[in-house]
Design a protein around this ligand. Structure first.
Ligand SMILES: Nc1ncnc2c1ncn2[C@@H]1O[C@H](COP(=O)(O)OP(=O)(O)O)[C@@H](O)[C@H]1O
Ligand SMILES: [Mg+2]
Length: 289
């Protein structure tokens, strides 16, 4: 069971922090954080570097990720978007031979600090993957899996978590009479919304989504986009997408990754109409990538 008493990552007494920490060996090419100073910041990265063995996959990434907003990460394949996303909830800890330097903060607390309870951290920062990955069990059991691990046993409480989660992920009307049905029998789009409901069941602060629509048809994709707009009222969403229209349509901020660098991150309206860097412009207009 989760031991929280010794966990320094306590969200109740954390305050958003104003400025990024200056770092002497900050990469020259990486973009400076450019979120306006008065926007509440949920997460920050300061000179975040990641090495897979000798290969450097992130080259000093500085970001400020706004609360209750959707931040889209775009860029060609292999540029470090998924690697960056996985750093935000310490999923890369599980990869052998990885070395991570710099800092990632959640409401001002370094999530890589000694003694951080990684299981508790991942409940604050949920993740949805490219391929829907429901567990081979019922719809109901998928959603209650995390809460049960946390010790919730009362049926009425679990029932409520299921209903709230499925309503939150816009799946309730389609499955409310079939909660005992296997999750594997759902369509791809429904499975992805179930995975979102499962991620929401532990009441995260932040939702990370790695190309959540790339395996879905256009109608399911629009449903997920609609859902993200709803969810950002309550959550901070960070999404990797290859779909420029999707990033332009539904994100508040967009960051462009290229070969392990964050070239620039700015308001999406800015990035998609008047990017500062020629490389961003070339990418979004389809000249390369
Ligand atoms: N587990 C891993 N081990 C070694 N190299 C990896 C691993 N995961 C990703 N990489 C490498 O890191 C770079 C960035 O990959 P990734 O973050 O998946 O990019 P993207 O999501 O932008 O396509 C690529 O060169 C990729 O080959
Ligand atoms: Mg990826």
């Amino acid at each position: 069971m989760t031991q929280t008493t010794s966990n320094p990552l306590r969200l109740d007494n954390l305050k958003p922090r104003g400025a990024a920490i200056e770092s002497s060996n900050r990469s020259q090419t990486s973009a400076e954080p450019s979120t306006p100073a008065n926007v509440p910041i949920k997460m920050e990265t300061n000179n975040l570097q990641l090495f897979y063995g000798k290969k450097q996959a992130l080259k000093g990434i500085n970001t400020r990720l706004a609360s209750n907003a959707i931040t889209a990460l775009i860029g060609p394949s292999g540029c470090g978007k998924s690697t960056f996303l996985r750093c935000l909830n310490r999923m890369n800890d599980l990869v052998e031979g990885v070395r991570i330097e710099g800092e990632v903060t959640l409401m001002g607390e370094n999530i890589y600090a000694k003694g951080v309870d990684v299981v508790a951290l991942r409940q604050h920062i949920g993740m949805v993957f490219q391929k829907p990955n429901p567990f081979p069990m019922s719809i109901y059991d998928n959603i209650t899996y995390g809460p049960r691990l946390n010790g919730i046993k009362k049926k009425s409480e679990l029932d409520e978590i299921v209903e709230t989660g499925l309503k939150g992920s816009a799946l309730w009307e389609e499955v409310k009479d079939d909660l005992k049905k296997s999750a594997l029998a759902l369509s791809g789009g429904q499975q992805q919304r179930l995975c979102i409901a499962r991620a929401l069941a532990t009441k995260p602060e932040v939702l990370l989504m790695d190309e959540p629509c790339s395996a879905l048809d256009p109608i399911s994709t629009l449903k997920i986009e609609e859902l993200m707009r709803e969810l950002k009222q309550q959550f901070t969403i960070i999404i990797v997408t290859h779909n420029m229209q999707q990033a332009a349509r539904c994100s508040d901020a967009t960051g462009f990754f290229l070969l392990g660098d964050l070239v620039e991150m700015d308001a999406s309206s800015q990035i998609f109409t008047d990017p500062k860097d020629k490389r961003t412009e070339d990418y979004i207009t389809g000249r390369f990538g």
